[in-house]
Design a protein around this ligand. Structure first.
Ligand code: AMP
Ligand code: GLY
Length: 443
C-alpha cells in the first residue's frame, strides 16, 4: 500500500479500535486491523466465540441500543476508531449518534444506509443518477402488484423493500409464483420491511461484488469477490447469506472495471453528494454482468459476508489507515492497495438445516490443520462456561485459505475442512468451481 505509514504513525492515534458486530465479517476485520503495530487493542461488541482467539481482541458485553451508555463506555476505553459491521445499527443511525459524540466512525449515517434498507429508494436513486440497473415498479398493495405482474411481458423478481436478512428476495419461475411471493410479503412475513414491494425485471449474468471504501467524496476499491448465495452445489437451492466466496474475481476484467467505475461507482458518489449524503464507509455494489453490460442488483452499506473474510487476508498492515482516512474524509483516492500476489477462497460451514430451522450448542472440534495461509473466522459460535467452542448460528465457521491459484486454495480449504467436526456440519464442495481449473466442469 503506498500510504506513507511514517507520516501516519506520527499523526494518527489508532491504539484502541472498536468493532461492532458478531459475525465472521467482524472477526476478519479485526484480524486485518490487528496487523498494524499502532493498534494495541481491539474491542468487539458483542463479537462471538472466536473473537478472542484473534490477537489484541477482547469482547465487551454492552447493549448497543443503549446509546448513551455505549458512548460513555467508549470514552472510558479511549476508543480511537469505530467500525460498524452490520446493516441494522447503520440503518438505525448509530454512526450518526457516535459521530455527534465526536468519535471517528467508519460506516455511513442513516441517510447513506438507506441505499440498503430501502430497495425502492435505492432504485429511485439509481434512476436519478442514470445508473444501469434492472427496470422496476414500486408497489404499495397486493392489488397493485397483481396488476403489474398480470400485465408484464417480461419475467419479474419480487422483493420486500426493507431489511430482511437476505431472505426478502424471490426469484419466481412463473406469474403464479410472482403472485404468491407478493402475497407472502404483503401478508407480513417480513413485518414493516414488506409494507412496500419492489417488482424488478429479471436479468441474467454472473454476479460479482465490488467494495468501494469511501470518505464522502473519494474512494478506493478493494479486490473484487464472487460469492455463492445458494445453499447447494451447482448453485441450486434456497438463497443463503453466502456459502463461500473467492477473491479476486477473474471475471471482472480491467475493461469491465473501468465501465463499472465510470457508469456505476462515480455516479453513485456524485448522486450521494447531490443528495447531501456524506457517506463515510464501504459501499458494496452487488453487480450482474449482463449481455448489455454491468448492472447494479443491489447496494449494501457494509462489507459482504463472506466476501469480507475472503478479502481481508489479502490486505497488509496498512488496511486500518484506509478505514481511518475514510472516517476523517481524508482519502486522496490515489492510495494503492498492495495485496499479496495470492488469491483467496472461503468455504462456509453451516449448521444442518440452515437457512431454515437448525439446532445450536454442538461442540466444535478442530483436528490437525495446515495453518499456513489459513484462517478460521468464527461466524456463529459461542463459548460454553468451561471454554468449549459451540455452534451458535446458521453459518458457523468461515474457512479461508490463500495460495498462488484457486485450485491450491480450495484443495487446502477442503483438506482442512476434513479436520473440522460438529454435529450436522454442512458445506458445499464446489465453492469456486468457476475458477478451479481442476474442478470437473458440467458438474
Ligand atoms: P439481493 O438481496 O437484492 O442481492 O438479491 C439476492 C439475489 O437475488 C441476487 O444475488 C441475485 O442472484 C438475485 N436477484 C436479485 N435481483 C435480481 C434481478 N433483478 N434479476 C435476477 N436476479 C436477481
Ligand atoms: N454475501 C452477501 C451479503 O453479504 O449480502
Amino acid at each position: 500500500m503506498s500510504i506513507n505509514s511514517t507520516i501516519s504513525k506520527n499523526l494518527i492515534n489508532l491504539e484502541n479500535i472498536l468493532i461492532i458486530g458478531n459475525g465472521g465479517r467482524e472477526n476478519s476485520l479485526a484480524w486485518a486491523i490487528q496487523k498494524n503495530e499502532l493498534v494495541k487493542k481491539i474491542y468487539l461488541v458483542p463479537g462471538n466465540g472466536g473473537s478472542e482467539r484473534i490477537e489484541k481482541c477482547e469482547r465487551i458485553d454492552i447493549d448497543i441500543n443503549k446509546k448513551n451508555e455505549l458512548a460513555e463506555k467508549l470514552y472510558l476505553l479511549k476508543i480511537d476508531l469505530i467500525v460498524i459491521g452490520p446493516e441494522i445499527p447503520l440503518a438505525d443511525g448509530l454512526a450518526d449518534f457516535l459521530r455527534k459524540k465526536d468519535f471517528k466512525v467508519f460506516g455511513p449515517g442513516k441517510d447513506g444506509a438507506k441505499l440498503e434498507y430501502s430497495k425502492s429508494w435505492a432504485k429511485e436513486f439509481m434512476e436519478d443518477a442514470n445508473i444501469p440497473t434492472a427496470k422496476f415498479w414500486k408497489v404499495k398493495s397486493l392489488e397493485e402488484a397483481k396488476e403489474i405482474i398480470h400485465a408484464s411481458t417480461i419475467p419479474l423478481v419480487v422483493k420486500a423493500d426493507g431489511l430482511a436478512s437476505g431472505k426478502g428476495v424471490f426469484i419466481p419461475d412463473s406469474k403464479d409464483e410472482c403472485f404468491r411471493a407478493a402475497e407472502i410479503i404483503f401478508n407480513g412475513k417480513f413485518g414493516n420491511s414488506g409494507n412496500v414491494v419492489v417488482l424488478e425485471e429479471k436479468i441474467q449474468g454472473p454476479e460479482v461484488s465490488v467494495f468501494a471504501l469511501c470518505d464522502g467524496e473519494k474512494f478506493i476499491l478493494l479486490p473484487s469477490a464472487q460469492d455463492h448465495k445458494r445453499l447447494n452445489e451447482n448453485d441450486k437451492g434456497p438463497n443463503t447469506g453466502g456459502m463461500g466466496a473467492y477473491s479476486p474475481a477473474p471475471l471482472l476484467t480491467e475493461d469491465y472495471l473501468n465501465i463499472i467505475i465510470k457508469e456505476i461507482i462515480k455516479p453513485t458518489i456524485v448522486e450521494l453528494n447531490k443528495k447531501n449524503i456524506d457517506y463515510k464507509g464501504v459501499i458494496y455494489f452487488g453487480l450482474m454482468i449482463t449481455r448489455s453490460g454491468p448492472k447494479v442488483i443491489e447496494y449494501n452499506c457494509r462489507f459482504g459476508d463472506p466476501e469480507c473474510q475472503t478479502i481481508m487476508p489479502l490486505m497488509d498492515q496498512n488496511f486500518v489507515f484506509l478505514l481511518e482516512k475514510c472516517s476523517m474524509g481524508n482519502l486522496t483516492g490515489d492510495e494503492v492497495i498492495n495485496t499479496t500476489d495470492k488469491v483467496s477462497g472461503c468455504v462456509i460451514a453451516t449448521s444442518g438445516g440452515y437457512p431454515n430451522q437448525y439446532k445450536t450448542g454442538f461442540p466444535i472440534k478442530i483436528g490437525n490443520i495446515d495453518s499456513n495461509d489459513f484462517q478460521i473466522f468464527d461466524s456463529g459460535t459461542a463459548q460454553s462456561k468451561n471454554g468449549e467452542l459451540l455452534t451458535n448460528g446458521g453459518r458457523v465457521l468461515s474457512i479461508v485459505c490463500q495460495d498462488k491459484d484457486f485450485d491450491t486454495v480450495f484443495e487446502k480449504a477442503y483438506k482442512n475442512l476434513k479436520e473440522i467436526y460438529f454435529d450436522g456440519i454442512y458445506f458445499r464442495n464446489d465453492i469456486g468451481h468457476q475458477v478451479r481449473k481442476n474442478f470437473p466442469k458440467g458438474n
